[in-house]
Design a protein around this ligand. Structure first.
Ligand code: FES
Length: 152
């Protein structure tokens, strides 16, 4: 197992900051055109030393293990950052201790970066009070649109 795979495995053993922040100030959701995976990120800001900084960040993912590991690292890294500092972080910086992503996994980091940037684009005034449906809700088929036929 490569060093990278080992670090991903460790991050997945105890992923941090999973699940929604109900009173989040901003929510960002993206889907990867490369693999169809989805990731949503919630941000909660606070005032510290006269600056508005990220107090908490969390995520929910229908994504691969790398995306989950990166999101776990990224949501830890974001604590204490201003929106501008957070926006300046590249996908490679968001990976934290995982280090640089292998070429085949770069889009997994970009999924996390995209959800973060999407959340940062939501000004607090515009951010929805509630995050809306969770990703698992969003994946459910609309009522009445499908018929479920039990197998024999
Ligand atoms: Fe889709 Fe990693 S393979 S985010």
């Amino acid at each position: 197992m490569s060093d990278f795979e080992e670090k991903v495995r460790e991050a997945l053993a105890a992923p941090k900051n999973q699940g929604e922040i109900p009173d989040a100030d901003a929510v960002g959701t993206v889907g990867s055109p490369d693999c169809g995976d989805m990731l949503r990120m919630w941000l909660k800001f606070t005032e510290k030393d006269g600056k508005r900084v990220i107090d908490r960040a969390s995520f929910q993912s229908f994504g691969c293990q790398t995306a989950i590991a990166v999101a776990s690292m990224a949501t830890e890294l974001l604590k204490g950052k201003t929106a501008e500092e957070a926006r300046d972080l590249s996908a490679n910086e968001l990976t934290g201790d995982l280090g640089a992503l292998p070429p085949m996994k770069i889009h997994c980091g970009q999924l996390v970066e995209g959800a973060l940037k999407n959340a940062l684009d939501q000004t607090p005034a515009k951010a929805p009070k509630a995050a809306g449906p969770t990703l698992s809700d969003a994946m459910k088929p609309p009522a009445g649109k499908i018929r479920i036929v039990p197998l024999d």
